[in-house]
Ligand binder design. Structure first.
Ligand code: HEC
Length: 116
């Protein structure tokens, strides 16, 4: 019985796994354009560092989580329907957010070293 359930679960998960593997990659340069053109930067900062909206980068959340929030925000953020921002557009924005490097540690910024 348990064995059958495990098999069924595996069979059900297979298409989802395949679909993820087939997922087209995002275009970071286009994602940056969208991030500016669609006004994300107004609330999330030019490099996703945050502002009135949350910090989105570096290390953005997975694309599915980002897409889910953009389509159905629950707080202050306005929703972006697929008429305004396509699924591919969201992948592109994710690709852009993924290219944003982490800020250097304060200790690694020479100008901030006083009296050394
Ligand atoms: C008017 C301001 C505003 C704009 C414009 C805006 N956001 Fe947001 N966003 C927010 C705020 C505020 C939050 C925090 C949750 C909330 O209140 O909705 C948020 C949350 C998010 C989250 C969830 C983050 C997390 O860690 O859970 C994502 C992803 C996101 N925004 C992406 C975007 C993208 C991409 C765009 C452009 C297509 C965009 N936002 C445009 C204000 C904005």
């Amino acid at each position: 019985m348990t064995h059958k359930i495990a098999l069924l679960a595996a069979a059900l998960m297979l298409p989802a796994t395949l679909a993820l593997a087939d997922e087209p990659k995002g275009d970071a340069a286009h994602g940056k354009q969208l991030f500016l053109a669609d006004g994300c930067y107004e609330c999330h900062g030019y490099v996703g560092q945050g502002g009135p909206g949350l910090r989105l980068a570096p290390n953005p959340k997975p694309p599915v989580a980002i897409a889910a929030y953009i389509r159905n925000p629950v707080g202050e953020m306005p929703p972006y329907t697929s008429a305004v921002l396509s699924d591919q557009g969201i992948r592109d924005i994710y690709a852009y957010l993924s290219t944003i490097p982490a800020a250097p540690k304060l200790a690694d910024i020479p100008l901030l070293k006083v009296g050394e």
